[in-house]
Every structure is written in C-alpha cells, then in structure tokens.
Design a protein around this ligand. Structure first.
Ligand SMILES: Cc1ncc(COP(=O)(O)O)c(C=O)c1O
Length: 394
C-alpha cells in the first residue's frame, strides 16, 4: 500500500464530508436562487455553510464568499482590491515567496500599470515587518502576504505584519491562508486582515472549492459578471455541495486541530531525525514558526526530482522542491529567495504529513527515505531532472 506524504499538495476527501455533500449532489439539487421548495432547500444549506465557516473564523456569514478554490479566492482578493483601489494608488506590496496563485496574479496586474514590490525574506523565509513598513507609501493600496508557505512551511509574523499595515490608513491586507488553514487558528476578530483565502482540499474537503473572507466594509470589484450571487461579489450558480463540504471539513479540522497538530509535530520530528542522520541533509524553513507536518529538506548532491521518483517507486508519494516546466527545470523561487544557491535548491524534497498519516507509515518512511537519498548521491554533480517532474506549485 502506497504511503501518501504529500498533504501540502492535497488531502483525501473525508468520508463524513462526502456524506454531508451527497444530498446536494442528488435529491437536494435545487438552485439556491430559485424561489420554490427545491431552491429554498439549497439556499438553506448554502446559508448554513456561510454561517459555519464564519463562526470558525469569528467572522460574519456575509463576510464569506465561496469560490472555486484557493486560486480563485486569491485572484478575487487581489484583482478585486487592486481595481477597486486604483483611484487611490497603484502600489501593491507582497513577498518573494508567495504561491504562484498570488505571484502570477500580481504579475498580471503589473501589465495593467500596478507597481508590484516583492519583499525579500530571511534564510527561514520570513518577511521583516520593518522592511514592510519601509516599503509602504501613500500610493500603496494593498499588501498580500501568505500565512504559511507551501514549500517550506514557514509561518509569517502575521500579527506584526497586520499591525504595520493597520498603522497606515487605506491599505488593505490580504492573507493567503490556504496552507495554514488546517493548522493555524484563524481568529479574524484578532487577526486584523481584510481579505483571507482558504481552499477546501487542504483540509480534507473537496477540490475546486474555496472561500474568501472579505471584511465587512471592504470594497472589492467582482471579477466575473453575471448574476448577483454571493452578494454581488461572485457571479454564477453556487457550488452548494462544495460549500457544504468546505464547511463540514473546516468544522472537523478546527475541532480536531490541537490533537492533529500535536501528533504531526511528533511524527515530523521523528522523520526529520531519521533523515538528518544522512550526511549532507538539512531542513529548510523556520525551525519553530512552521507548519507542524511539513518537512522540507535539502539533500546535497542529489536531484530532488530523481529522489522523489525513486521514492514513488518504493511506494512513498512526496514532492520535489523545485518547479519543473516542460523541457526545462526551474529552481524553486522560494528557496532562491531564501538564499539557497541553485545547486543546493535542486536537492530539495518536501514530505508533508497529514491528519491521516499513521505512525506505521512514518516508521516505513524513516527507513526508506534516508536509504533512497543515500543511494541517489551523485558525487557533487547534479543529474538532469525529469522534464515531466512534478510541480511544487501546490
Ligand atoms: C499557499 C497556497 N495558495 C494557494 C493555493 C491554490 O489553491 P487551490 O489549489 O485551491 O487553487 C495553494 C495550493 O495549491 C497554496 O498552497
């Protein structure tokens, strides 16, 4: 049986979540905008999904917009805030380690005259709030910083970041919390962010469903035109089953969080110890301010794509630490921003444990991963990466 250690890419759909969704994929199929009984049943389920997510975030139901995933939530937040704020300024500040769903969206906005400033990070992948403060000008309309990084697991000093942004009037703060959501308590009554993105498939919900928290009073421009759904912020017939699934999955994830986090910390520690016993290996990301189950390592003189392929053959699914595009390999922008030279970044590997990871699976990984890494050493030279290698952009 294969061992799945790629929970940062996606997680399995939980049985209870599927059960909660099924009625809305079958007999309760109504359109929430219909006035008849079928529609009212779907509307009630959708309203309840808003309420459940809002309650967990200490937010209001009207502050939740369901989307087609974390990527769309980020697009809606960034484009929506940028176009709404254009009259006041054109400068947007972000970090150099964002997911492409933020980085590439901002790159797109740059083509329309927005000025994008990507802050550097330290060796652990953290933004310096003082550098953020120095980057804010009267023309700044938006700051977008992720809560937890998907490649190395580093958690940003978000309370300090929010304080810096709040000290300047008129600047919105967007937080990509897609990776953090299962492991970090998102209390939006204390975290002073205006826009926060979530994606259901990172916490055992369905793929293709996300949510954007939009603080009441925050003006964003809708990015698709059509009906008046989601309070005019996201046109299109709602994915009722998806929203129900996201809400059910997030509820379960939140109520089990402290237990899950404790177990994952212990399991990750055990795996890290076994791998670090192999010479030439080191962990990347912050040693403490980090996601509990994400273990990102660099094994010098190896090629991450080849190591992950060999691990796959041995029945362990994980990710490489560098994104590959067809025909050419591209080193991770995250590790590069953290100061790792290209030859080291090529040896990156990401093993991400999840709620369903067992101690027995970790025990097998503790034996297999160090053995495979040792066998893939190439004496100082790097072998060519698999051109079809897996992308890390998840
Ligand atoms: C930090 C981060 N942001 C955004 C996304 C995109 O989310 P989705 O896959 O739901 O579109 C991901 C996941 O791949 C992610 O890890």
């Amino acid at each position: 049986m294969a061992i799945y250690l790629d929970h940062a890419a996606t997680t399995p759909l939980r049985r209870e979540v599927l059960d909660a969704m099924l009625p809305y994929l079958t007999e309760a199929f109504g359109n929430p905008s219909s006035a008849h009984a079928f529609g009212r049943t779907a509307r009630a389920a959708l309203d309840e999904a808003h309420e459940r997510v809002a309650k967990r975030l200490h937010a209001e139901p009207r502050e939740i917009v369901f989307t087609s995933g974390g990527t769309e939530a980020n697009n809606l937040a960034l484009k929506g805030a940028a176009w709404a704020g254009k009259a006041h300024g054109h400068r947007i500040v972000t970090s150099a380690v964002e997911h492409h769903a933020v980085g590439h969206t901002l790159g797109h906005l740059e083509k329309f005259g927005f000025e994008i400033v990507a802050l550097p990070v330290d060796r652990y992948g953290r933004v310096d709030p003082d550098q953020l403060e120095a980057a804010l000008t009267d023309r700044t309309i938006l700051v977008s910083i992720m809560l937890a990084n998907n490649e190395v697991g580093t958690i940003q000093p978000m309370a300090d970041i929010a304080k810096v942004v709040r000290a300047r009037k008129g600047i919105l703060l967007h937080v990509d919390a897609v990776q953090a959501a299962p492991y970090v308590d998102l209390d939006l009554s204390s975290l002073d962010a205006d826009l926060v993105s979530l994606g259901a498939h990172k916490f055992e919900g369905p793929k293709g469903v996300g949510a954007l928290f939009v603080r009441h009073g925050t003006h964003i421009l809708a990015q698709q035109q059509g009906g008046t759904q989601e309070r005019h912020r996201r046109a299109g017939t709602e994915n009722v089953a998806g929203a129900v699934g996201l809400a059910a999955a997030y509820d379960l994830s939140c109520s089990e969080r402290s237990e899950t986090v404790g177990r994952l910390r212990r399991q990750r520690e055990r795996l890290a110890k076994a791998i670090l016993a192999t010479p030439g290996t080191e962990t990347t990301g912050h040693p403490k301010q980090r996601l509990p189950g994400l273990l990102s390592i660099i094994a010098r003189d190896t090629d991450g794509a080849s190591v992950s392929m060999s691990l796959d053959l041995e029945g362990i699914a994980c990710s490489v630490g560098s994104a590959c595009t067809t025909g050419s390999t591209e080193v991770s922008h995250v590790l590069t921003a953290m100061g790792y030279p290209e030859e080291e970044a090529r040896g990156a590997l990401r093993l991400s444990l999840g709620r369903t990871t067992t101690d027995d699976e970790v025990a097998v990984a503790c034996e297999v991963v160090p053995r495979v890494i040792a066998s893939m050493r190439i004496g100082g030279a790097t072998v060519a990466s698999d051109p079809l290698g897996q992308a890390i952009g998840v």
